[in-house]
Design a protein around this ligand. Structure first.
Ligand code: PMP
Length: 361
């Protein structure tokens, strides 16, 4: 049998292992920052009927430019946005890939400030874009002046700012984003996958778009919108940025069924986003509880909490799994990340943590 190493694979992919959180079937899954609340029976019925009508046309290719969906998403985002300033793809990961295909590539560089979303460097590599690792501060915030110095030193073609940041939950002040925009020579991507969970009053980088034609703000339907299985992510930017992405996207990349389901989800946003307040309250309670147990927990503007520190986090992760609770081993070495689930799931998490701390710590 031919093994992977026998194949004429690209040198920069040799010896790598695929990205991915373990998909383990356990009672309490708190490892991929999903929204724990599924659609109501009424919404399921609406999704099914939209998919059924779309199915009658499945002999035809979908709307290549997904104009109706982009119009709906622009309306959701507000800020005076219109379909020509919004783009959508199969998850924000694909949106990010298209950005790097258009603005990165061989001989070009992309830079992020870590710890941050580990797919950014992986997507960059897939797009043959060299990754430059910048650093966040001890409290996981960004020192804007240090970030500017790093940008001036490396002059990256694409800068990633993740706000709220994964896996730390840290939101950036708009002043820091604006400062980076002034210094960056190329594209600045603000990955706002978790924006809807931010504490009230945290402004979106969307407000900076009118004055910054090289700014791209990415969002997703996988988190607050509770539609991770639909695979829809999107961005807002200047119309010329969307034109650039049309040069690299595959024709008909968003299936007819995806577009139909996503439009129903956007129409039902009141229901889908209805759990956000509950999840925020559960998140804040989780931070307080962990701190009350003598642990560290990072302030979070997202639907997860990074907590620690554990000399052997693998051991804690395994012990929690044995209790039926799956969290994520990600981020700085002594920390774990727990996604915010339902009230019941968080009670199970606390019970498991209590048991593990009595047993191990
Ligand atoms: N950006 C960030 C910061 C994320 O955490 C994630 C998902 N974990 C994504 C983008 C990608 O999500 P999706 O492809 O489901 O939209």
């Amino acid at each position: 049998m031919t093994s992977l190493s026998d194949l004429p694979i690209r040198d920069d992919l040799r010896g790598l292992t695929p990205y991915g959180a373990p998909q383990i079937d356990v009672p309490v899954r708190l490892n991929t920052n999903e929204n724990p609340y599924g659609p109501s029976a009424e919404l399921v019925a609406d999704l099914a009927s939209a998919v059924a009508s779309a199915a009658a046309d499945l002999n035809r290719y979908p709307d290549r430019d997904a104009v109706a969906l982009r119009t709906d998403l622009a309306d959701y985002l507000g800020h005076g946005l219109t379909a020509d300033r919004v783009w959508a793809a199969n998850g924000s990961n694909e949106v990010l890939q298209q950005i790097l295909q258009a603005f990165g590539g061989p001989g070009r560089t992309a830079m992020g400030f870590e710890p941050s979303y580990s797919m950014h460097p992986i997507i960059a590599r897939g797009a043959s874009t060299e990754w430059i690792s910048g650093a966040r501060e001890e409290d996981f915030g960004l020192d804007a002046e240090k970030a500017v110095a790093a940008i001036e030193e490396h002059r990256p073609d694409v800068v990633f700012l993740t706000s709220p940041n994964n896996p730390t939950g840290t939101a950036l002040p708009l002043s820091a984003v604006a400062r980076v925009l002034r210094a960056a020579p190329g594209i600045v991507v603000v990955d706002e996958a978790y924006h809807e969970f931010a504490r009230s009053g945290t402004p979106s980088a969307l407000t900076l778009l009118p004055d910054h034609p090289r700014l791209i703000v990415t969002r997703t339907m996988s988190k607050a919108f509770a539609m991770a299985g639909t695979r829809v992510g999107y961005l807002a930017a200047a119309p010329a940025v969307v034109e650039a992405l049309l040069l690299v996207r595959l024709p008909y990349h968003l299936s007819t069924l995806t577009q139909a389901a996503a439009r129903v989800a956007v129409a039902h946003r009141a229901e889908l986003l209805g759990a956000v307040d509950r999840l925020r309250a559960e998140r804040d309670a989780t931070v307080d509880w962990l701190r009350g147990r003598g642990l560290e927990a990072a302030d979070s503007d997202a639907n997860f909490v990074l907590y620690g520190r554990f000399a052997d986090r693998r051991m804690v992760w395994e012990a929690l799994l044995a209790e039926g609770v799956l969290v994520r081993e990600v981020g700085p070495p002594e920390w774990l990340r727990v996604s915010v689930g339902t009230g019941e799931e968080m009670a199970a998490f606390r019970a498991a943590m209590r048991a593990v701390m009595e047993e191990l710590l």
